[in-house]
Design a protein around this ligand. Sequence first.
Ligand SMILES: [Zn+2]
Length: 290
Amino acid sequence: MNKLIPLALAFWPALSHADSLNIVVDVAPVRALVRSVAGDSASVTPLVGPSADPHAMALRPSQIRTLARADLIVATSPQLTPWLVDVLHAVVPSTPVVWLDHDHLDEEAGQHDHDDHSSHAEEDPHLWMDLEIASELTEDLAKTLAALRPEDAAKFAAAEASSQATLRQEAAQFAAFMDRFGPRAVVVSHNSWSAVSDAFGLNVVGYMSDGHHAAPGPAHVAQLRKKVADLGVRCFVKHPNEPAATFAPLNLDDTAILVSANPEGEPAPGTITVLPALMETLQNCHDQDQ
Ligand SMILES: [Zn+2]
């Protein structure tokens, strides 16, 4: 090993510049945020595929190998992917990990001084929807990538600045849309949009399964059925991978408008958050509910 170091150092700048960084992330929306800062300096691989469920999955051997080759890992929170923490400890104990859920990081380091961003992480672990957390992530990424690749520090800083601008733009567009959409009541298939409700006032009045995809009990269904009737809910948002029958326990009539939006899906081309795609979906409810 020792003999190799002088040789490696001789090529270091060349090596580091030629080699694309390997970054592994948990879900597609996080990949979009990471790519917006890392740009062409990295290949970014999500562990959770389009038809997989981040709340409960097992990695294939090929994915374990991908993880083992990672220079950096970016993940949301242990609440979203409970299976991932042990895998990281077992497979890549010394690879740097950037968590969206700062509290987890602090818990591991025994500190507790962050704003309580992830107050809803327990109930709804889809933290990339919280644009403050997304913005903090791009900041953390620019710093972490600059540490891994100092010669590109200026590039990462510039990319972070444009990523922040894009986050503000997508937030402004969604806020303008919500002015038109208003307080229209919405029921969703799983509890994944609470950050959007908190930040933009999306009136989610209920969900079938909780933020971890646990199936609803009969009492929960009965309560939700009553709420739908009392509030005259017509807009029902399900995950694209879920069947239309997802809402069957609510005995909806034919005035119900069923639309699909993917909280864990790839953002629309040219965008870095799930908001533009969600806006398109809700637009369907708006148009049909005139
Ligand atoms: Zn989910």
